[in-house]
Ligand binder design. Structure first.
Ligand code: NAP
Length: 456
């Protein structure tokens, strides 16, 4: 593939492109180029005031520098999307004009070809939050990126950070990573409105097939789940568990009711584990029958509703969860809520040929340009990127730096009037402290850097 040319972007003059081979193995040079979408709202820099993405990047660079002593370095390539891109590429387009544009023109407005070409070529990206477009046609930059680059796995790690107020008493036992299928299930957008011609046609067909329990006025949605779509997602989850030496992969499904979609997802999962990971995995069933699980990943399954109880009652029994799209959407947010702190919810959309790492929160517009939002979620998404690159030493340094910064804040807050080095959202959780006791986003980032530099 030849290097693209751009209308308004200047790629870095140093650094090397990452590559992925036919088997889906990523090859990461010591000087990879990674696309960076700083984002809108709290993601963007306003004048000299840094946004959360800039703060996060500073920490990531410091961790890489400390871990590899200058031998490795990420070369960031600033590309644009959202309101920031619109202001840069199409400042003349007024809000009231947006709805008169075609869906493709709206896409161009919020996600210019320049950015698509860059991400397609460089494959790796870190993204701050983006404003959801105002037009009715082009609905979401994130969804578009997922579809266009076949980023089929939505990956969300959820863990507890000491010092962060969490609503669940067992939150400190939460340390799991959720692999949500991103392209199938009821999210395919195949839906027919109540009383529409298509809904009526389908209902008539169903009646012909003997399904007489569908009322003629029903709206209809379709839920496709395929073996290929399920297996590639479950494969990624099992590979992750094997690489990280994690104890289990849980297939979360509602197969007791939806046998040929969710039930099949579970069956295909066990089949894949048997066919492709026989040496590294053992099923829970086999363990019950006496098989040795030592050194192996136990593959088990849980019905979706029971899983919501399980993660609350016995969170430490779950480490990797693989699940279809809708379940994944629900369980990711439920698990994140258990540990508190939306400012810390990291995520990634990963495919076989591209990966975009992104905070799961939005642009929190009221904090734009205030240098006060928590950069943690973008930072931890960056940690996921480092892990994806195999730069685990740097990833670990950031994690330990974040832990140390929270632990220090918790200790400080035991006495009144201490100076906290965490942002407002964390500061206000401590008794006797309010949001005003919070540090700036950059001061929080700098404190993490101080801590990680002290680590052995
Ligand atoms: P939001 O931006 O996530 O903000 C909701 C609230 O969450 C904030 O007011 C703040 O609460 C807290 N919060 C979010 N991020 C934080 C951070 N980094 N540090 C501290 N607190 C944080 O949700 P929204 O207001 O519903 O959405 C705003 C825009 O973002 C919309 O255009 C939406 O479509 C878009 N959005 C984008 C993404 C994405 O790009 N991935 C995701 C979701 C939403 P307090 O004020 O209570 O402290």
């Amino acid at each position: 593939m030849t290097a693209p040319t751009y209308e308004k972007l200047t790629p870095p003059t140093t650094g090397t492109r990452v590559s992925v081979d036919a088997q889906g193995n990523w090859k990461i040079p010591d000087d990879p180029i990674a696309c960076l979408m700083r984002g809108d709202g709290i993601g963007q820099d306003v004048g000299a005031t840094p946004g959360i993405t800039t703060c996060a990047v500073k920490v990531l660079d410091a961790a890489v520098e400390k871990a590899y002593g200058g031998k490795r370095k990420i070369h960031w390539f600033d590309i644009h999307a959202g309101d920031v891109a619109r202001a840069m590429y199409y400042p003349q387009v007024k809000d009231e004009q947006v709805n008169t544009l075609s869906e493709e023109e709206q896409r161009q407005l919020y996600l210019p070809d320049d950015s698509l070409k860059a991400f397609e070529y460089f494959k790796l990206g870190l993204k701050g939050p983006l404003t959801t477009p105002i037009g009715g046609g082009f609905r979401s930059i994130n969804v578009y990126l997922r579809m266009r680059f076949d980023l089929y796995a939505c990956v969300r790690p959820v863990r507890y950070f000491k010092g962060v107020e969490a609503p669940n008493k067992r939150a400190d036992k939460v340390n799991m990573i959720i692999f949500r299928e991103n392209t199938e299930d009821v999210y395919c957008g195949i839906e027919f409105k109540s009383n529409s011609e298509r809904a009526k046609k389908l209902i008539a067909l169903l009646k012909e097939w003997g399904y007489t329990n569908v009322l003629p006025t029903a709206g209809i949605g379709i839920k496709p789940i395929s073996p290929e779509g399920s297996k590639r997602l479950i494969r990624m989850a099992i590979k992750y568990a094997v690489a990280k030496k994690l104890p289990s992969v849980t297939l979360m499904h509602k197969g007791n009711i939806m046998k040929f979609t969710e039930g099949a997802f579970k069956d295909w999962g066990y089949e894949l584990a048997r066919d492709e990971f026989r040496a590294q995995t053992v099923s829970e069933d086999e363990v019950w029958k006496g098989a040795d699980k030592k050194g192996k990943v136990v593959v088990n399954d849980r019905i979706a509703d029971s899983m919501f109880q399980q993660i609350q009652l016995r969170p430490d029994e779950y480490s990797v969860i693989a699940t279809p799209n809708l379940n994944g959407d629900y369980i990711s947010d439920a698990a994140a809520a258990m540990t508190g702190g939306i400012g810390l919810a990291a995520g990634a959309n990963i495919g076989d040929h591209a990966a975009m790492f992104e905070a799961t929160h939005g642009t929190a517009p009221k904090y734009t340009g205030k240098n006060m939002a928590n950069p943690g979620a973008v930072l931890l998404s960056g940690v996921m990127m480092l892990e994806h690159m195999g730069w685990d030493e740097a990833a670990q340094l950031v994690n330990q730096g974040v832990d140390a910064t929270f632990a220090e804040a918790e200790e400080t807050a035991k006495k009144p009037g201490g100076k906290l080095h965490v942002t407002y959202d964390i500061a206000r959780q401590f008794a006797g402290y309010g949001a005003e006791a919070g540090a700036t986003s950059m001061a929080f980032a700098d404190r993490i850097i101080e801590h990680l530099r002290k680590l052995k």
